[in-house]
Structure formats: structure tokens, C-alpha cells
Design a protein around this ligand. Structure first.
Ligand SMILES: NC(=O)c1ccc[n+]([C@@H]2O[C@H](COP(=O)([O-])OP(=O)(O)OC[C@H]3O[C@@H](n4cnc5c(N)ncnc54)[C@H](OP(=O)(O)O)[C@@H]3O)[C@@H](O)[C@H]2O)c1
Length: 255
């Protein structure tokens, strides 16, 4: 029996891009579940949007994700759309003595390994949906690395290639695979990575969500709004040029 179609789970949905996507899907009559590590933050969002479902989950932990699978099965008989959106971005100078190795490995865990964990545990639920979609939020930096955030750039490029690789595999199970590659968006993540006052002109999250929706509903698989589209174009046409443009300063100023 495959009656379910419109339940969506968004990791890191309590702020920024994830929250803007949650609001958009709610407006379009989806049942939206958001997760994150910070329950208080999720409760504050739910106070504004009482129709939202919330549950805490650290995507780097098997036991949290298994509990999330049980929760979605019991409450909704499973999910139809999974958005792997949770992410972190740190600046590092890899040539500097005393870099925090654990912090670098944690970035790999959240940005790269967690989407695989989520798919692994949610695959059975996606397979029973008539409208199954996996959406991975990578970054325009998957096209061109940003030297000041080397681990981030590596994880997003890895996520991009993983997403492209699994797309035809999951198509055989009627699961659509979409990738959202945002440009600089005005969120806490961008602010903490010192990106918000740059020449990259941060996009409001609501605008990104609206652009995503247009492409998502027209069936696009790789959604690269704003400057991400230019990064995609120049990474093919003039890779050295765009690399140098983006990396006039290779070492972070704020470390
Ligand atoms: N903003 C940009 O310029 C930009 C550009 C390209 C791509 N992106 C990508 O967009 C996605 C969303 O980022 P954002 O800009 O909206 O930043 P954000 O507001 O900081 O959102 C990131 C979310 O991830 C959650 N999160 C972090 N670690 C987690 C973990 N271990 N388990 C579960 N949730 C976790 C955070 O919630 P808790 O802290 O409560 O766990 C937070 O809600 C990220 O994947 C990011 O890489 C952002």
C-alpha cells in the first residue's frame, strides 16, 4: 500500500536555509518535520509555526537517527522526502601549527558522512512512498573550492559526486535525487564563516527557497541559484580563472 506522498523531513531545519525550506513546504501543504541538535531552538520555531513537527536528532549519531526512523514510522507511517540540509562550515589554515584535528573530522562527519547515514536508515521508508525524493544540500563551493574553508569545500565536492553517483541507482527504485547548491546565503553559518559582508552578496534564505521551488517543481535535478550557476559555468569554461577570483586570499583573516 503506497498512499503516503507528502511528509518531509529536514535535517537542520531549525534555522537558515532549512527553516526557509520548511516554511515553503508547509505553505504547499506538506507535513514538515524538522530536526537539529538543539531542542530549545526547535521549540522556539514551533511556537511560531505550531503546525510543524519537531524532534531532536544529531545526524552524526546512529542511535539518534535510528530513533528518528522509529519516530517517523510511528507518527506518519514514514517519510516521502528527505532533505539532508544540516551542515557546518569552519575556516582553517591547514599550514598552521596546532590546528584542531577533531574539529576538521567533525566537519566531515556532519557534511559528508551524515547524508549517507540518513539515506542508509531512511531508504526503506523512501522505497514505500509514491513521491520519494532525496534532496542533498551541498554548495556552490562543490564546483570551485574556497581555500579558506578547505574541509568544507572537500566535503561539499564529495557530497556533489556522491549525489550524482546515487541518482541513477535510486532512480531504479523510483526515488528522485535532487541537489541544491546554494550560493552565499544570509544565515548564521555564513556569518560565522565571515562571508556575509563579502562581495558575494548573501541571498536571503526566503529568496533561495523560492528559487529552489521553481526548479524543484519543474523537475530539475541540480539546482544552482545565483552565483552558484556562475561557479558551475566557469568551473568548466575557465577553471583556473574562477579559482583565482574566488581565492584572492587563501588564508582566513579572522583566525
Ligand atoms: N549559508 C550559506 O551561505 C550556504 C551556502 C551553501 C551551502 N550551505 C549549506 O546549507 C545548509 C544549511 O546551512 P545554513 O546556511 O542554513 O546554516 P545554519 O542556519 O547554521 O543551519 C545549519 C543547521 O544544521 C544543524 N546542524 C549542525 N550540525 C548538526 C548535527 N550534527 N546534527 C543535526 N543538525 C545539525 C544546525 O542545528 P543545531 O545547531 O541545532 O544542530 C542548524 O540548524 C548547510 O548544509 C550548508 O553547508 C549554506
Amino acid at each position: 500500500m503506497k498512499a503516503r506522498q507528502n511528509t518531509i523531513l529536514i535535517t537542520g531545519g531549525g534555522s537558515g536555509i532549512g527553516l526557509a525550506l520548511a516554511e515553503l513546504f508547509m505553505k504547499n501543504d506538506y507535513k514538515v518535520i524538522i530536526t537539529g541538535r538543539n531542542l530549545k531552538k526547535l521549540q522556539e520555531v514551533q511556537a511560531v509555526h505550531p503546525e510543524l513537527y519537531i524532534t531532536p536528532c544529531d545526524v552524526t549519531k546512529d542511535e539518534d537517527v535510528e530513533a528518528l526512523v522509529a519516530f517517523t514510522k510511528k507518527q506518519f507511517d514514514g517519510i516521502d522526502i528527505l532533505i539532508n540540509n544540516a551542515g557546518i562550515m569552519n575556516l582553517f589554515d591547514s599550514g598552521k601549527k596546532g590546528n584542531d584535528l577533531e574539529k576538521q573530522l567533525d566537519e566531515v562527519n556532519v557534511n559528508f558522512k551524515a547524508p549517507m547515514r540518513m539515506l542508509h536508515y531512511f531508504l526503506p521508508q523512501l522505497k514505500t512512498s509514491t513521491n520519494a525524493v532525496l534532496i542533498n544540500t551541498s554548495s556552490g563551493l562543490a564546483y570551485v573550492p574556497y581555500c579558506q574553508s578547505p574541509v568544507y569545500s572537500g566535503t561539499k565536492a564529495g557530497l556533489h559526486f556522491w549525489t550524482r553517483s546515487i541518482r541513477p541507482q535510486l532512480a531504479r527504485h523510483h526515488i528522485r535525487v535532487v541537489e541544491l547548491l546554494p550560493p552565499v546565503v544570509a544565515t548564521k553559518l555564513a556569518e560565522e564563516a565571515d562571508l556575509t559582508d563579502s562581495r558575494l552578496k548573501p541571498m536571503p534564505p526566503e529568496k533561495l527557497a523560492a528559487l529552489f521551488w521553481k526548479d524543484f517543481t519543474s523537475g530539475k535535478e541540480e539546482i544552482a541559484p545565483g552565483i552558484s550557476k556562475q561557479l558551475q559555468f566557469f568551473s568548466r569554461l575557465a577553471p583556473r580563472f574562477i579559482f583565482n577570483q574566488l581565492n584572492k586570499q587563501s588564508v582566513p583573516k579572522i583566525l
